[in-house]
Design a protein around this ligand. Structure first.
Ligand SMILES: [Zn+2]
Length: 558
């Protein structure tokens, strides 16, 4: 983003004016106070956080003829000239466009000469990581033995690409991303001084959109002043930035939760038809998923998100987050934004009902392949639009969207309950292996007097999407209520390490229950005992001698 009117006008001229970089400022203040000047600095941080601004303030502080308390005066000739870019001893180069060794060699040869006007020759090299290897090598010699009058201030957005040999010779100052409230407060102060009216909410939106970069925030504010005719208001800013109402996102989440893919495509098309920035919608969904995950792990307390934190398991939210990440990577690349958008949502829907193995597969493949091989074909699930123009919503009914998977949206259970469990950061997650009887036997000591008979008389019907579907002997129907189901869910959720739900239906002569298994076992034991008694030689003798008979049902297995 190019330098903008506001960014230029309000560029901080002294350390005290810098927003949000207190750590770096304290270090620099101490250096100036103690006259312990370093000859090489490396400023790191993302774009627009103030790296070149700080570099210029350092240059001014070094050459100011009337240094105030650790701050350049801003008024002397040197300060003014540096500010205007007219000071010969402050040399700024952009390594992105001067990557070669020749540029650096020329610069370094020059460093040997004494400054012409000021006390120090200051070399500000922006985006230093872009230099070639030979250029870095050429610079290294000078950094090893810098001329006393030369100071190098290197700035980079990509620390990893700066050779260690260079890093070790620099005093490194990390500039952090600015927080949205810091940006919003600063914008408000500037706009007040510019006599431009604004709504705080609008500034909050700008601050969030700027992703920690004050320069971007000021650039957006420049646009906003023009766009809104000097009254910066929320509605216009949202339109200008193509920002989706959060309500859309919650509707999408509700529909994902309902596992209703056809409704999902209708809503997605509606979002498109309203002219929303689809990339922005995906990004917002991605952010909200991240926040839901934080709520699930206890790192965030947001009332509205708690509902979704309960609807989806931790693993599901992780998966949806990965799917939206993938969608975001793809949506910025192509002209098929709508297709990517809708496919991303359908992918989430597909995996909401998919097996756990499918889900693990996508998470595993995420780092290896750019696009996991998903069982959805774009041809079948993408509405065909003839142009990129916004299409009327009525088109949807003409182009029915039939996903190649069937969503099970039936909800026939008489009682359902969803519960939340507290999960540790790395929960011990278990999978249901399909053996219902073994499962309740394992959990038997956790089942109280109310729950035990119900589950012991329940036949396993199905398990999908972390929901057990059981058929319970209808003799126990009156014993089942929402509270009981809640308690069952709680016990099993704690066991599995994620929320599972229960759907109970009732029937006669259920069969295949724990009770039946126990009865069969008992009968078998009885049979064995009776056989053993009948064939006991001593007993046979007694029967013969005393005409004794065995009292029916008196034989008990040991
Ligand atoms: Zn000065």
């Amino acid at each position: 983003m190019a330098n903008t009117v506001l960014a230029r006008k309000w560029r901080p001229k002294k350390f005290a004016d810098l927003i949000g970089q207190q750590t770096a400022v304290t270090v620099l203040n101490n250096i100036l106070k103690n006259h312990r000047m370093h000859h090489a600095y490396l400023l790191t941080g993302t774009r627009g956080v103030g790296k070149t601004t700080i570099a210029r303030i350092i240059a001014r502080a070094l050459n100011c003829t009337d240094l105030q308390i650790n701050e350049p005066c801003g008024a002397c000739k040197n300060c003014v000239d540096i500010d205007k870019g007219n000071f010969v001893d402050v040399i700024e180069i952009d390594a992105a466009s001067n990557t070669g060794v020749d540029n650096i060699r020329e610069l370094i040869d020059n460093a040997g000469y004494a400054p012409t006007m000021g006390k120090y020759k200051v070399y500000i090299i922006d985006e230093v990581h872009m230099l070639s290897k030979s250029a870095f090598n050429a610079m290294l010699k000078t950094l090893e033995e810098p001329p006393l009058h030369a100071v190098f201030i290197l700035a980079t957005t990509d620390l990893q690409k700066v050779p260690v040999t260079i890093l070790s010779r620099c005093l490194q100052l990390k500039l952090r991303n600015l927080l949205p409230p810091e940006i919003a407060t600063h914008l408000a102060s500037i706009l007040k001084q510019e006599n431009i009216s604004f709504e705080n909410e609008a500034l909050n939106v700008i601050a969030h959109t700027a992703y920690g970069s004050m320069r971007d925030a000021l650039s957006i504010t420049d646009q906003a002043i023009a766009y809104t005719n000097n009254i910066i208001n929320l509605a216009d800013i949202k339109t200008m930035l193509g920002i989706t109402d959060d309500e859309f996102i919650y509707t999408l989440l509700d529909t994902i939760n309902e596992q209703n893919s056809s409704k999902l495509t209708v809503i997605a098309t509606d979002i498109y038809n309203q002219g929303c920035d689809l990339e922005n919608v995906l990004l917002k969904l991605n952010q909200i998923l991240c926040n839901i995950s934080l709520v699930q792990l206890g790192g965030l307390d947001e009332e509205r998100l708690k509902f979704y934190a309960n609807c989806f398991s931790i693993n599901d939210v992780q998966l949806y987050f990965e799917i939206t990440n993938l969608g975001l990577e793809q949506i910025v690349k192509g002209n098929n934004k709508f297709q990517v958008f809708i496919m991303t949502l359908l992918r989430i829907a597909a995996f909401t009902i998919g097996s756990n193995n499918d889900k693990q597969a996508i998470i595993n493949s995420r780092n290896q392949a750019p696009a996991p091989n998903l069982a959805i074909t774009e041809e079948t699930a993408t509405p065909k639009f003839e142009s990129n123009l916004v299409q009327p919503a009525t088109l949807i009914s003409n182009t029915p969207i039939i996903p190649p998977f069937v969503l099970d949206t039936k909800n026939s259970s008489p009682v359902q309950a969803t519960i939340t469990i507290t999960e540790s950061f790395c929960p011990q997650v278990k999978q249901f292996d399909g053996d219902w009887i073994a499962l309740i036997e394992e959990l038997e000591n956790k089942l109280d007097k109310a729950i035990h008979p119900v589950l012991a008389n329940a036949k396993f019907n199905s398990y999908a999407n972390k929901q057990f579907n059981l058929i319970v002997d209808n003799k126990y129907e009156s014993a089942v209520n929402a509270s009981l189901i809640h308690n069952i869910s709680k016990i099993f959720s704690e066991y599995f390490g994620y929320t599972v739900t229960f759907d109970l239906q009732f029937s006669e002569n259920v069969g295949a229950t724990l009770k039946e298994k126990r009865n069969t076992e008992k009968e078998e034991k009885q049979k064995i005992a009776e056989e053993a008694i009948k064939n006991d030689a001593n007993l046979i003798k007694m029967q013969q001698l005393f005409s004794a008979t065995i009292v029916p049902n008196s034989i008990k297995p040991i």
